[in-house]
Write a protein that binds this ligand. Sequence first.
Ligand code: IVH
Length: 692
Amino acid sequence: MTEQSSLFDAPPDPAVPEERVAALRELLHRHAHRYYVLDDPEIPDAEYDRLFQELQALEEAHPALRTPDSPTQRVIGKVLPGFTPVRHRVPMLSIRTETDTLASGAANFDARVRRELGLAETEPPVEYACELKFDGLAVNLRYENGVLVQAATRGDGETGEDVTQNIRTIGQIPLRLQGVAPEVLEVRGEVYMRRDDFERLNARQREANEKTFVNPRNAAAGAVRQLDPAIAARRPLSFFAYGLGEVIGWTLPGTHSGVLDALDAFGLPVSRERAVVQGAEGLAEFHRRIGAQRDALPFDIDGVVYKVNRLELQQRLGFVTREPRWAVAHKYPAQEQLTQVDDIYIQVGRTGKLTPVARLVPVFVGGVTVTNATLHNEDETRRKDVRVGDTVIVRRAGDVIPEVVAVVPDRRPPDAGEPFDLYQRLGGRCPVCGSDIAREEGEVDWRCTGGLFCAAQRKQAILHYAQRRAMDIEGLGERLVDQLVDGGLIRTLPELYRLGVAKLAALERMADKSAQNLVTALEQRKHTTLPRFLFALGIRHVGEATARDLARHFGRLDRIMDASVEQLLEVPDVGPVVAQSIRTFFDQPHNREVVEQLRAAGVEWPEGEGTASDAPRPLLGKTLVLTGTLPTLSRDEAKDLIETAGGKVAGSVSKKTHYVVAGEEAGSKLAKAQELGVPILDEDGLKALLAG
Ligand code: IVH
């Protein structure tokens, strides 16, 4: 049977394990390439997982069918005592660096190449392949008959280290090449970490109170040289191919750009930011163009690389010591610089978060002059032991805000400041409003407890208060709130109700009619509900659902304001963090005052006796999805009704959805519900359900 199908090239027989395994691998290789390299997956992740698990199970049942290039074999291997040296068959060279970051750097290189090739001025320009200079770690990948058999670091260029088991964990690196592969193909390229992956990794480290990495290059290099492959596998690494090592059994294309295209066709990641240009002007233009894009790239580069495109010319040019004459790296201004810390001050964010910031002796880094750099939080500042007077490394890359990544310990002056202590530094008070500062159990950030009262949090607090799902004040948007707060027209929420048409109409770009509309909206929305009002106050951790639970349980605002932590804990779904946050909020006299003044301004709601147990909740435990336009209920109204009845509203339809409520022009969600057999209701159906 097996023989026959291979003889006649019939489709694989899924009942034969060998054939199913081969078919699955083929599929998984293809989808992994689309996912990791092309960033354009064809199938959902869940489907990929299903195929993967099927292959795993088959290999489990038939161990003889397991091969090293199987997609299941990315994370194997054990903790190593050390790395084995690997002698490179073809030395891994480095490239000469042109430090002149101006266009003249490109002209210098072109002039040298022309001189070496003996080209007269009248002869046509030399053709170059231009690439990015990735800031990571060079590796050599050895493929034998298309299968990845070894990965090694550059080392001293002659001998590197065998890092195969770590490199195998990088999803972008194919374990098997696509198409007809040569007998031996050594691919050279850079392992690097994307900036967003790096930021996420550091955020994770910070949260776990662990050491952060200085920059993506260090993080990538550390991961590649990690002796425990399980740890390496958790570090998000990427790869770009840019050249060749030993090649046997393959006719090379005539140009470097042709080599890159071939590597791309083998399924290797090759950066799209590459170009073939003519002469010095073409080089300078590439340098300029990439320089303008540098911040927007998802990864760090420290320059661009120019290579003479024709391989035959490369051969003629040859090498000087360990550097080819046919290539050069042309730099950009550095993204890391040394400077000194003049002071450490504390910034209050829009949510009350207190962030230590280093004030620096101005330094030009990553293309801009930096005078302040974040220290993130207290623990991190202490871990790095940053003190006033220290010389520090500042990093600014991409759109990421500048940060202090490390101290240079040898350069600490004898009169450097004390180890950093945020509480002591502020005397326990918010530097903006004087409220108590607090750091919750298990949190890394200190916060101002001032809430509505704190000027730093004022705009955020007003926007939160006015939003549709809170007090629903139409016309009170971001631009207006900026004008009101910056112009000193309002400092606290109650002052909103004292604005008046005249004051509002005097604002720039504010028509009389809009001013009148806003005042009317403020008046009308004074009649609200307790859950909306509670949510509008912006108490940390009190979202809409918690506000509703609190209102149900206590019935009246004064009871909530005076409830002890223990009493608050009796509310379903309220845990210690939420309870403490509510308590802390109402312990601040100025927060109580704000509430009093709002009520005095006429904000009101019906109060009850605590309806926790008696109100019917017919939708308890049910998940509904809303789609299309309902005849009378707005989406928010429908959501409110469902949630008050104990139900949840989800954004997408799945097997776990209990009902889909569909109105006019319902789209794909309706189709999905029909496909999954989820019951579909119209508005009347929903109302019937709500009525129990
Ligand atoms: S080509 C013979 N191309 O820069 C030429 N190198 O100093 C060998 N690098 O170790 C290197 N991007 O880590 C080349 N597009 C690129 C590169 C690149 C980064 C690194 C690589 C190498 C070092 C050369």
